[in-house]
Ligand binder design. Structure first.
Ligand SMILES: [Zn+2]
Length: 274
């Protein structure tokens, strides 16, 4: 090759590394002194870069394909058949022990990274599940509270709107008892409301408990802690087979766990029967 002859038609192959060593040297010697070929080489190198991203925008000279193929054939040594077997046979190029070592480390590293990602996702999932359970529990509590309030409001409405409702005081059983209570009962709805005023606060672990007596026995109705001495307790008595005959309030340590009051009546009144 004459050094002052332009090398434009070799530049695409040069940019792809597909030239013989002698041609490579000639191209490099020429472009060092030729602005035109230098510019062309820059273009070819940009095209080669894009080619590696599978975007061919540069029309290759007729012989380029042949050059690339022959160069590739020259650089690829025959692959021993044993190497193709097994896991490493998936690689299309022959892999030396060193390369296999690097590949193994890379595969293990990728495996560890993926395992870490799986662990992270599982941890994240567990955290989200715990959060979801907590939120579900909170919502269930809120729903139960709301349902209880709605049921309470329904009873209050039923009793207060019943023209035949009976109302009377639940009287203290001794002069030393503070507070008072009243009881309103709707015979039609078979629901009642107890209101208290001026009840003493109780020591920790103790609650007031409301009871109703009937011919069947004594029935625990509700436990409550007064707020500022006051209470508003609603009762559904529909499950009783006979009409309530008396109503009373005691203080208890084990709320709801007793069939009979364990302390004397604090407030108590018989219910007038029609
Ligand atoms: Zn030139």
């Amino acid at each position: 090759m004459i050094e002052n002859e332009h090398v434009i038609e070799l530049l695409d192959a040069y940019a792809l590394g597909a030239l013989e060593e002698a041609e490579t040297n000639s191209v490099e010697a020429h472009v060092a002194d030729c602005v035109e070929c230098w510019n062309e080489m820059t273009t070819a190198q940009e095209a080669a870069g894009l080619l590696s991203l599978s975007v061919a925008i540069h029309e290759a000279p007729a012989r380029l394909g042949e050059r690339i193929i022959s160069t590739a054939q020259r650089e690829t040594s025959p692959v021993p058949i044993e190497r193709r077997r097994g896991f490493w046979g998936r690689f299309s190029r022959p892999i030396g022990i060193g390369a296999m070592g690097v590949a193994s480390v890379a595969v293990i590293a990728v495996g560890l990274t993926m395992q870490q990602q799986v662990d992270d996702l599982e941890a994240e999932n567990a955290a989200l599940n715990a959060e979801l359970r907590a939120e579900t529990f909170a919502l269930e509590q809120e729903l139960a509270d709301t349902e209880a309030r709605v049921a309470e409001q329904e009873i209050l409405f039923a009793v207060s709107s019943d023209e035949n409702a009976q109302e009377f005081a639940v009287a203290p059983r001794s002069g030393s008892v503070e507070g008072s209570a009243s009881y309103a009962y709707s015979p039609d709805a078979r629901q009642g409301v107890v209101e208290c005023i001026g009840l003493e606060p109780l020591p920790p672990g103790m609650l007031y408990q409301l009871w109703v007596e009937s011919d069947e026995g004594t029935h625990p109705m509700a436990t409550f802690q007064p707020v500022d001495g006051e209470c508003l307790v609603t009762m559904s008595l529909g499950y009783l087979e006979s009409a309530p005959t008396a109503i009373g309030i005691t203080t208890e340590m084990i709320p709801g766990g007793l069939d009979e009051p364990s302390t004397p009546w604090l407030l108590y009144s018989e219910i007038p029967q029609d």
